[in-house]
Design a protein around this ligand. Structure first.
Ligand SMILES: CC(C)(COP(=O)(O)OP(=O)(O)OC[C@H]1O[C@@H](n2cnc3c(N)ncnc32)[C@H](O)[C@@H]1OP(=O)(O)O)[C@@H](O)C(=O)NCCC(=O)NCCS
Length: 143
């Protein structure tokens, strides 16, 4: 089941799957609580197993209203089962209803194929983020 969730609910999965287990209190993102930001979660039974965060944030040079996807994570025991794909498809339908025009994200190298499978295009050269590694910016037009 997919639901809207709070910032607090995202912190454990962000910590374990994105931040090498650092304290959950350090796993917030600037903008998590801004008006227009929202978080979605996929629950298997009662357990939260996949999360994604969207910040209302347009990019220069791209027409319309954009949202930045951040903190896309599926618990390691549940990866490769189509859960992340379902969670993003839910979010895309929701954002179309909000009249948003596009989604973008800075994708880790291991996730390029995952996002391409959802229709995202690569729009940047590869760049390095300290400690995390190679990334590219990816873009999906939704309206
Ligand atoms: C990237 C990530 C979010 C993907 O989530 P996920 O739930 O595993 O995604 P899905 O299962 O929907 O898709 C993953 C792969 O499984 C495949 N898959 C989809 N449905 C499947 C199914 N029923 N059975 C087996 N495999 C399936 C997909 O084809 C996809 O393959 P691809 O990446 O080659 O396109 C997840 O791997 C993750 O959390 N990684 C660690 C954190 C991270 O790097 N996040 C991205 C930050 S940019």
């Amino acid at each position: 089941m997919i639901k809207f969730i709070t910032t607090d609910q995202t912190l454990d999965l962000r910590s374990s799957e994105l931040r090498w287990g650092i304290d959950r209190s350090l796993c917030g993102f600037e903008g998590d609580e801004e008006r227009g930001s929202f978080h979605v979660g996929y629950f298997r039974d009662e357990m939260l197993v996949s999360i994604a965060t969207f910040h209302k944030q347009s990019r220069d040079g791209f027409p319309g209203e954009g949202y930045q996807l951040r903190g896309m994570v599926t618990h390691r025991d549940f990866q490769g089962q189509g859960i992340g794909n379902q969670l993003l498809n839910f979010s895309i339908v929701y954002l179309r209803g909000q009249k948003a025009n596009y989604i973008w994200c800075n994708s880790r190298k291991i996730a390029y194929k995952f996002y391409q499978g959802l229709g995202f295009e690569i729009i940047s050269e590869e760049f390095e983020l300290p400690k995390i590694g190679s990334h590219r910016t990816m873009y999906l037009r939704i309206n």
